[in-house]
Ligand binder design. Structure first.
Ligand SMILES: Cc1cc2nc3c(=O)[nH]c(=O)nc-3n(C[C@H](O)[C@H](O)[C@H](O)COP(=O)(O)O)c2cc1C
Length: 271
């Protein structure tokens, strides 16, 4: 995928669509891309297009489209981060085609979507998204919702990224070549816009952490904030790659002292 930073900066959740069906060529491109999704956990994530005019699918926050993309994966360790990474790659690709999306993990008739996905007992479908061309004007419902969760707001860089230890702010200047990949993490979408990600830059590695908020874990969707972490890793890795940085993904807790509600997720090592 090209121009990752422009795609990240240009993306916002789209819940109001213009009523047009997706053009055949866009649908084809999207379908081929869906079949090739990958993530550093190497956990397969399978996507399926769903049509609400054929099946009784309801998502009350969405208007102006009947097309959705659901995704499912096996319930294995790190499923949420892997799902977040893979599905966000699809979200950014859709953005490159001018197709709007919104991550939906809560506000849907989940049972209907899970039936349409033909979930097997060992599988889960944490989230799905509508697909369509964005309407020129947002519905009143959508703009009120955005205001309610301050969807345009993001935490400052120095509040979420740290230099060597938690509590020591990292400036973009100090982050050097990692400033842009980290900035793309900062701009990522997250459930209820909680932005639960933190990172510590130490020696030749960036260590990612999840600062948990209560109420995001369920049997059906898993931990939505771990999905947020997968999204963050996706923005970081795709931007680093586009900038020519070869970084190695690993899960190896460096043991940096952290608050009890802050969980180590994964690291990227610089060459
Ligand atoms: C894992 C996840 C789950 C989400 N679930 C919902 C949802 O159920 N309904 C909804 O309207 N938006 C949902 N969102 C969208 C967020 O509210 C949105 O990304 C956030 O407010 C930031 O706004 P932006 O995407 O426009 O930047 C979800 C986002 C993520 C990442």
């Amino acid at each position: 995928m090209k121009h990752v930073t422009a795609l990240v900066q240009g993306r916002r959740s789209v819940r109001t669509f213009d009523g047009e069906r997706l053009r055949e060529e866009d649908l084809e491109k999207l379908s081929s891309f869906m079949a090739e999704l990958n993530n550093p956990y190497e956990i397969p994530v399978k996507c399926r297009l769903l049509d609400a005019s054929q099946q009784p699918l309801k998502c009350p926050v969405v208007s102006g489209t009947e097309l959705y993309v659901g995704a499912k994966a096996k319930r294995v360790p790190h499923i949420e981060e892997a799902f977040g990474y893979s599905f966000e790659t699809l979200v950014l690709y859709a953005q490159s085609l001018g197709i709007g999306t919104v991550w939906v993990g809560g506000t849907m008739d989940r049972a209907a979507f899970e039936r349409a996905m033909e979930l097997e007992s060992e599988e889960m479908m944490p989230c799905m998204s509508p697909l369509g061309y964005p309407a020129k004007k947002m519905s009143v419902k959508e703009s009120l919702m955005r205001k309610g969760i301050r969807a345009d707001h993001r935490k400052p860089f120095e509040e979420i990224f740290f230099d060597g230890a938690f509590g020591v702010p990292l400036t973009p200047e100090k982050a050097g070549v990692l400033a842009q990949p980290l900035e793309m993490v900062r701009l990522a979408p997250s459930a209820v816009n909680k932005q639960p990600w933190q990172a510590v830059l130490k020696e030749n590695a960036v260590h990612f952490y999840l600062k948990h908020t209560k109420g995001f874990v369920s049997e059906a969707a898993g931990d939505l904030q771990k999905i947020d972490m997968g999204i963050a890793l996706c923005h970081f890795a795709l931007t680093a790659e586009e900038n020519g940085l070869t970084m190695q993904f690993c899960i190896n807790d460096p043991g940096i002292p952290a608050e009890p509600d802050t969980e180590y997720i994964a690291s990227y090592l610089l060459p």
